[in-house]
Design a protein around this ligand. Sequence first.
Ligand code: HEC
Length: 259
Amino acid sequence: MKPGALARLRAAIPLPTGVFLVAAGMYVILKLVRPVIPHSVILLYMGFVILGLVIHVTLRDERMHRFAEFFLRKGAGQPRAVRAQRLGLLAVLPLLFGWWVYDAYRPRYAPPVEIFQRHPTVGEEVLGRITVPDWIAAAPAQWDAGFVSEGKTLYDANCAVCHGEKLDGQGVAAEGFRYPIRPANFQDPGTIAQLTLPYMYWRLTVGGIQNQFNSAMPRWVAPPDNPDVSTLHSYDMNGDEAWKVIAYLYRATGHEPRR
Ligand code: HEC
């Protein structure tokens, strides 16, 4: 750059504005980097950037002088643009600081800290006790159409309110539940497509209330070791109905049970 150009640039962008632009620019760049950088790491990098800027400004007396002068010198004789920049910075900096303090203290609704596992393993000793009826153990293409459509009726009456009419986890009640324990989206290949038939049935015997799933999913069907248990609002389905609903979930989403 020619010396004349540098001088003109200096006159147009005084040191504090330059410092501010570099810091803000770095912040924006770090925010735009993909994959996303965690907020704490951005803060760390910004610490380095600000440290570098402080070193740059304080390295020479002349620069420190220019820095202070920008804020202290009274308006007369200064170009309009420079005065505007001073007022701008004097307004923006306290606002930024205020936002930062506000942001640090405002309440947040973070997801629970414990690691969420959608499909905790369950032992063979539990799954082994569940007998899969022959009709549903067969290839899905051979499932009895009458059973599947009974499953749909049961689904619409009992499950759609949470899991959604389209089985996408967007039922009318779904908004009431918080991530990660929102009603499962059965269209998602990460849910029922990953589950075996005995596991699906077992899930309907345990629901999610007061167990490792810790969710609003009700218990629908009695566990195999206690077939007659029935309590208010629990175990409302019998085994046949449960298998029909399960068949419907797979048929309607086009997924197949894991083998
Ligand atoms: C009150 C809302 C609610 C209703 C009604 C409900 N569920 Fe759920 N269900 C959930 C929630 C929340 C989850 C996700 C958390 C979990 O796995 O427990 C879930 C998870 C599941 C899962 C596990 C999916 C996976 O990938 O692990 C299955 C299977 C399931 N539901 C089937 C059903 C069936 C079948 C019905 C109807 C008979 C039904 N649900 C009714 C709330 C509900």
